[in-house]
Design a protein around this ligand. Structure first.
Ligand code: RB5
Length: 149
């Protein structure tokens, strides 16, 4: 299950991404917003990120104007590994090396076709584990206040 969320700037792109997920046969749940009215991205970013962190959803795709605000908000939820991407290479590597579980994009930054391509690469890439697992574990330890160096 993929969590979707956006603010008012991301409604159209979120609908396009949802349509692509349908074509890919992937289930999704929309955590809002649902109206083209100015709203606060942390609310929707938090709801979707919490669903990922709690295991209700495996992954999330979140959209605001730049992808940055909603990404910062989502990254404050323990258990998330958020990547804000506007290129395919970063999106794919964020999964293969960082095991990212939330992708954010900016509706005012990327066009619809590029956003779909980014999301498709991110969704189909596999975490490589190995030395990357060790590094992800270090990130988790930092998050839990259990890291020292
Ligand atoms: C809304 O105007 C805009 O600030 C928001 O969509 C996002 O880009 C914030 O990071």
């Amino acid at each position: 299950m993929i969590a979707l969320a956006c603010d008012h700037t991301g409604l159209d792109l979120k609908r396009e991404i949802a349509g692509m997920l349908d074509e890919m046969g992937l289930e999704w749940k929309d955590f809002g917003t649902f109206e083209p009215v100015s709203c606060d991205y942390p609310l929707y970013g938090y709801r979707a990120a919490k669903a990922v962190a709690d295991g209700e959803c495996d992954r999330g795709i979140l959209i605001c104007g730049t992808g940055i605000g909603i990404g910062i908000a989502a990254s404050k939820v323990k258990g998330t590994r958020v990547c804000t991407c506007s290129d395919v290479y970063s999106a794919e590597l964020s999964k293969r090396h960082n095991n990212s579980n939330i992708l954010t994009m900016g509706a005012r930054v990327v066009g619809v076709d590029l956003a779909k391509m980014i999301a498709r690469h991110w969704l189909t890439a596999e975490f490589e584990g190995g030395r990357h697992q060790r590094r992800v574990d270090m990130i988790t330890a930092i998050e839990e206040g259990a890291f020292s160096c």
